[in-house]
Design a protein around this ligand. Structure first.
Ligand SMILES: [Mn+2]
Length: 528
């Protein structure tokens, strides 16, 4: 997963005082930390740190996180403690726990204001959270200490450009939502179908058939990776027509939450994150049937980014949405977002596959219309992320959210798409740095207040493809098996019927796919 520029960074993990390692190995774990004198405590903490470093260098980030936490828990009151926090900040950065990265870096800087790496790591966390002004401050400070660091110049330039771009968009509208310079309709006027194109033609009346969609899927399938882009993808003129059609379908649904009624004897399927894993999406259709009026689906967001076949996934889903507008549902995930697509691959993928950088912004126009969640038979709320930083939010309030915009940094819309459940009661700050963590009691209160029975959400990779939270009121469903070609997890989907709404989980393994490096389109490093 590592990009080249990171491997240099990786070596910079603090590992001074190597001479302590040998000595510290002799200390037994069974010793109570409180019984140790200063030298023994330091030796123990250094031992944990060095074990953490070994895990880190072998890309075992979860284990490294645990070791740095142990080193911190020894509570050695020296500058070394700043190093443990700074190292843990780095591993949290790798795990994309940007909120935790900032907290750890803050601690490191508090203990040792000269820990330059902590500023650098905090800056990168802000950068990934698209908080460019904060990132720029840290980068500029690090640059003043390390003037020869070339990678910093690029980061500083990028942050400055992003700030400029934001100011530019903010000038358009007092709400700061930005007005796209390119629209689907505007762009359509400048395109004509390519004369050599021999694939499926989107009809002018928009009336497609099941066979038409299957033809489209077959065209995109390319297990040997032998076709050229123009042999694989629908012509951009027809793609734009599809985008316009499907955008209008979503635009007509004014409320941010969609009510779905599942008849007693009918099956209904909920699918979690897909993340550009086209061949796994097709596998879901193989084991669970293609979408149809008899076989309705709800896709719960995060269709794009990470995986290298995001365009294929989205083209397939919007084709089915056009065909079965009332039997295939799509919610917005946090990755259906301009900000995230810049880093996690979808933008670069579309630019590469269509050799045109304007097409991408048409997808954003579509993303800004996707509903924020669905309610099944008035009993189950299905959203991508989770719940809120305050109690008392009603379904009516959610329905009224003005969703036709980029996902904001805070507020109800942001929390719906970003929050995670936690095992602890109450609320915790988000390890991601966006949204929040909500305990089983928070979920129970929300459901009771709104006369609901269950919350289904996605957004987090799970070893079995799903997880039922304590108290059984929150279920996570994740449908991208062997996430990012490296996590080894199963994918899962939920089937339920209208009568008892009892979730039945179907688990599945990853399917073979063309051998394309997962980091091909990503500019950010990790995949957790
Ligand atoms: Mn997500």
């Amino acid at each position: 997963m590592e990009k080249k520029e990171d491997s240099k960074d990786k070596m910079e993990i603090e590992s001074e005082k190597k001479e302590d390692n040998k000595q510290s190995e002799e200390i037994q774990y069974s010793i109570k930390i409180g019984d140790l004198n200063y030298d023994e405590s330091l030796a123990l903490a250094e031992k944990y740190k060095s074990e953490g470093n070994t895990f880190f260098l072998n890309n075992k980030f979860l284990e490294a996180l645990e070791k740095y936490t142990q080193a911190i828990n020894v509570k050695v009151e020296t500058k070394n403690n700043a190093i443990y926090y700074s190292n843990r900040a780095f591993v949290n950065l790798k795990l994309e726990n940007y909120g935790s990265t900032i907290q750890d870096a803050n601690m490191a800087i508090k203990i040792d204001p000269n820990n330059i790496k902590a500023y650098y790591r905090r800056g990168q966390a802000y950068d990934n959270l698209t908080k460019y002004s904060e990132a720029l401050k840290d980068y500029v400070f690090v640059k003043s200490k390390l003037p020869d660091n070339k990678a910093l110049n690029e980061k500083i330039l990028k942050a400055r450009n992003e700030i400029k771009r934001r100011n530019f968009f903010a000038a358009y509208s007092s709400e700061g939502r930005g007005k796209p310079e390119i629209t689907i309709e505007g762009l359509l006027k400048t395109f004509k179908p390519n004369e050599s194109y021999n694939g499926p033609v989107f009809p002018t009346d928009g009336k497609i058939t099941h066979e038409w969609v299957l033809e489209l899927i077959n065209r995109m399938k390319d297990l040997d990776n032998k076709k050229t882009h123009s042999e694989k993808y629908i012509d951009k003129f027809y793609l734009l027509q599809m985008l316009l059609k499907v955008k209008n379908i979503f635009m007509n649904q004014k409320e941010a939450l969609i009510d779905i009624t599942i008849p007693d004897d009918k099956k209904f399927t909920v699918v979690g994150d897909i993340h550009g894993q086209f061949y796994d999406l097709l596998h879901i259709f193989e084991i669970n049937g293609y979408p149809s009026e008899e076989n309705p689906y709800l896709f719960n967001g995060d269709y794009v980014d990470r995986g290298v076949f995001s365009l294929e996934c989205l083209t397939t889903l919007i084709a089915f949405k056009i065909l079965y507008p009332n039997h295939l549902f799509m919610a917005r995930g946090n990755h259906e977002s301009y900000n995230l697509n810049q880093m996690y691959g979808f933008k670069n993928e579309v630019v590469d596959k269509y050799a045109n950088d304007k097409i991408y912004s048409c997808f954003i126009e579509l993303f800004n219309t996707l509903p924020l969640g669905h309610i099944l038979n008035k009993k189950i709320l299905v959203v991508h992320g989770g719940l809120f930083s305050k109690d008392g939010v009603t379904l009516d309030e959610i329905k009224k959210i003005d969703r036709f915009r980029e996902i904001p940094e805070s507020g109800l819309m942001s929390e719906l798409l970003w929050s995670d459940p936690c095992k602890e009661k109450g609320r915790l700050p988000s390890k991601r740095g966006v949204g929040m963590s909500f305990g089983p009691d928070v979920a129970e209160r929300f459901l009771k207040d709104n006369n609901l029975e269950l919350l289904i959400r996605s957004h987090e990779v799970k070893q079995n493809g799903y997880e039922i939270e304590p108290e059984g009121k929150v279920i996570t469903i994740f449908s991208a098996p062997n996430y990012c070609d490296q996590m080894g997890n199963d994918g899962a989907i939920i089937n339920l019927n209208g009568k008892d709404l009892k979730p039945v989980f179907v688990r599945f393994k990853a399917s073979p796919h063309p051998n394309i490096p997962i980091q091909k389109y990503m500019t950010s490093f990790m995949c957790y």
